[in-house]
Design a protein around this ligand. Structure first.
Ligand SMILES: Cc1cc2nc3c(=O)[nH]c(=O)nc-3n(C[C@H](O)[C@H](O)[C@H](O)COP(=O)(O)OP(=O)(O)OC[C@H]3O[C@@H](n4cnc5c(N)ncnc54)[C@H](O)[C@@H]3O)c2cc1C
Length: 491
């Protein structure tokens, strides 16, 4: 387990008249009602445990406001009493950002009851939603009016917009549409003292001073609670082609990416990398999954092209690029999906990697990015570094190669003790991060910093960059009440 799990950056809990007193509990219940507050430990479990089970926090109460006004009043009361707050949406964070510490004095504020789709406007191509709207429901509401909300990730059936914006989520379509922050026009935020910051504008152009919404997007709940957002919509895709391709090497994957970009970059929606070991885990642990190609290979890509034009000739394009790449020795074998069901089945092989690796046993995860051209060096050098550290360690690298974002994950050596393996998390992460840094990359590409990487952030961003981040945190949250000990820790 990472050292950061015994994080002691949280200061001692508040004094007697402060903190989560029975009087405060009573006032909160009066504001939120019985449905809006959980204090029964038996019902709290799901809010306290991190997705992989690496951390289980403690809390006096889970607050579940149903409106912005309720959320603001609950935050105001907590702030007045000096109670620390942990914003939570779908609780699928991979970095321990959405669960409280073990100290037992932080309340969780879940936005999951604030889940309305307030307005869909196909003329302005916008959608206004509450923060607890599940990502898959937002995608569906867009599709219902012949539009697209393109954010797409493995946890989309559970993750909610508040969490997606809190983490500035990336996912499968960043290559084409950017990260979550690129899909937002306006925000409403409850600040750490309970004030409501209304920036719910739906303007495509608005150069009026500092763009504050971008401070809250990606802040992982450390600066306030996002309660509503105006999202950008895009034209719905009417022609989509998905290919599952065995490539000669990681270099060949990049060469193929480059060919697709030059052929029809505007239609390229996703370009994902997988390796043999990761797919073997999926076939082993995910019922109903099967290998799409006759023979196994070492390296694979999942490629999606899409267009709002029904007659975009994407099928001919994808075939032409793959045939030429095969003739040139880059591609070994490939299959192109013939139906929506086949497309979904191919995507599932990629999206079930995290779940399959979880079922296989202990794993150490590194969500890193490097300039796209350096992905082959990242995979080769980080694999060598980890194998030198722990012989038999099983490399499961996969991810958004088109963005230079690789989930460089490692499974416990076969037959080895999982707990002992996890104790070496920091050593393994340091080895991977050493390679990442030498290649000009980042220790967190899309999952964020949370609790897992707060120390790494302090080390990598030391100097004026970290000083400015801390100054922003102190200005907006002088009491260090909002998700303390996550992302930017205060000395
Ligand atoms: C199987 C699987 C696949 C995944 N794939 C991807 C992927 O491809 N790309 C990717 O980027 N991530 C991925 N993730 C990680 C995770 O799903 C994303 O980080 C997601 O955006 C988190 O959303 P959530 O609703 O679960 O947020 P939570 O986990 O509840 O919270 C995440 C962070 O946001 C903060 N937060 C929550 N709600 C609010 C709010 N209303 N206002 C302010 N801050 C808030 C929390 O305090 C926390 O810091 C994956 C996770 C899983 C389990």
């Amino acid at each position: 387990m990472p050292d950061t799990m015994s994080d002691t950056t949280i200061q001692a809990s508040a004094t007697a008249q402060h903190g989560f007193t029975p009087a405060l509990a009573e006032r909160l219940r009066a504001v939120l009602g019985d449905k809006g507050m959980i204090t029964d430990p038996a019902e709290m479990g799901g809010y306290l445990m991190e997705w992989r089970g690496l951390w289980t926090g403690r809390s006096p109460a889970i607050l579940r406001p149903a409106t912005t006004a309720e959320c603001a009043e609950a935050v105001r009361l907590c702030a007045e009493a000096g109670v620390r707050m942990v914003p939570q949406a779908g609780n699928t964070s991979m970095v321990g950002a959405s669960v409280p510490h073990e100290t037992g004095d932080e309340v969780v504020i879940s936005v999951s009851r604030m889940n309305r789709i307030i307005e869909v406007d196909p003329a302005d191509m916008t959608m206004t939603v509450e923060a607890g709207a599940v990502l898959a429901a937002v995608q569906k509401a867009a599709a219902d009016v012949e539009c697209l909300f393109p954010l797409s990730l493995g946890a989309e059936g559970t993750a909610q917009i508040g969490g997606n914006l809190g983490t500035n989520a990336g996912g499968n379509t960043t290559l084409r549409y950017g990260n979550a922050r690129d899909m937002v026009l306006g925000l409403e935020v409850v600040l750490p003292d309970g004030q409501v910051l209304d920036m719910l504008r739906r303007l495509r152009k608005d150069n009026t001073g500092y763009c504050l919404r971008h401070l809250f997007i990606g802040a992982e709940g450390t600066l306030g609670i996002i309660t509503k957002a105006v999202l950008k919509l895009y034209p719905r895709q009417r022609d989509t082609q998905v290919a599952f391709v065995a490539v000669e090497s990681v270099d060949a994957a990049l060469a193929l990416l480059n060919r697709f970009q030059r052929h029809d970059g505007a239609s390229l929606t996703a370009f994902e990398y997988m390796m043999r070991f990761g797919l073997e885990l999926v076939y082993r642990h995910i019922p109903g999954s099967a290998a799409p190609l006759a023979d196994p290979h070492e390296h694979y890509c999942l490629i999606e092209l899409s267009s709002p034009r029904p007659d975009a000739s994407l099928r001919q394009g994808i075939e032409a690029v793959l045939e030429a790449a095969m003739a040139d020795g880059l591609v070994r074998d490939a299959v192109i999906a013939e139906s929506d069901a086949q497309r979904a089945a191919l995507w599932r092989l990629r999206e079930e990697h995290s779940e399959a690796q979880k079922r296989e046993g202990a794993s150490i995860k590194n969500d890193v990015s490097v300039p796209v051209s350096r992905v082959p060096a990242l995979i080769a050098d980080a694999s060598a570094a980890c194998r030198a550290l722990i012989p038999g360690i099983r490399v499961c690298a996969f991810g958004h190669v088109g963005d230079g974002n690789i989930h460089f994950n490692l499974s416990v050596p076969e037959g080895a003790d999982g707990a002992a393996f996890l104790k070496r998390w920091d050593e393994v992460a340091a080895a991977v991060n050493g390679v990442v840094r030498s290649l000009g990359g980042s220790f967190s590409a899309e999952h964020g910093v949370g609790r897992l990487k707060a120390r790494t952030l302090a080390a990598w961003r030391e100097g004026p960059e970290l000083d400015l981040m801390r100054a922003i945190k102190r200005t907006i949250d002088p009491g260090n009440l909002m998700n303390p000990g996550k992302v930017v820790t205060l000395p």
